[in-house]
Design a protein around this ligand. Sequence first.
Ligand code: SF4
Length: 335
Amino acid sequence: MDTGIDTAVRKKAELIEAGGVTVDSSFDPFKSRSTAGPGAGLESIFVDIGGHRVRLGVRPSSRFSATLRDDTVTISADGSFYARGRLEQAIAHCPRQVYITVSEKCIFDCRFCPVPKLQGKIKTDEEVLSLVRDGMKCPDLTAISITSGVWRTPEEEVEKVARLVRLIRKELDGRDVPIGVSVYATADSSEQLKEAGAVEVKYNVETLDRELFEKVCPGLSFDHIVDALEHAVAVFGKNHVFSNVLIGMGETDETVVKGMEMLASKGVIPVLRKTSPHPLRAGEIYIEPVTADRLLKLAAEECRILKKFGLDPTKALTGCVPCTGCDITPGHDLY
Ligand code: SF4
């Protein structure tokens, strides 16, 4: 049956559904370790399959396994050939971007997120700038993305990130590399970040199911995040404000579609992301399997909704929308 979906995109969706691959030691120099969000603390590799990038989590067991020869990755499913692609190297966290997590700690306790459990480090200005300097040596650098947990207060975190954006701009010395920021919004975070030189923001609503939000994001306010997103569009413009939406915590497709309409009507591009169970959150949250079919169906709905509200994800400059590694991304994987 012709579903109109590129074979490579279907395979990407099936690999995202599986959550990762097993790899041998030939991948060791190419593994990237995430320090932010639901995948924090886990390793991955990036593969371009037929022009579609996929981030593959490195797992101790999976029906998929990957082998590497030169820069060609061969993926097998249950021992039989499944797909072939080109290995992509991360600059810092992901290909073509320097993606930096400033505070790997968080005072909030979103039930899907390992960051509050990991209680990682707080990067110094010099550590952040050193990652930027290394990234500037890569000819294919296209963007700098900054994210941060909330170490002490959301206000202090925004001030710190805005200061870092200024320092990074100085370091770039006129070089035209866009900077995007993902933080917990405050009353004037958009103004502060814009003034510092950021061109895009992402404030994560995490789920479009309000009841679920209360359960999985205790202490955060759904309305505050949505209001901040709407305001951010006034500051940064359409196609430059994003919000992660996790799929697989028990929400219905109807809720997701309605929620995407609500965000897109305000000029916000949703980033639909399969929720990955993290070992540090085992037993704390219900996470259901998310099939490739569901991911493709919701992404197709998102394409329709973005068009309806005149949004164009190919205009996004930083972070997950141009990266595309973790998601079926409108404008890149589906149209
Ligand atoms: S899609 Fe986002 S979270 Fe995933 S690898 Fe790319 S930048 Fe990182």
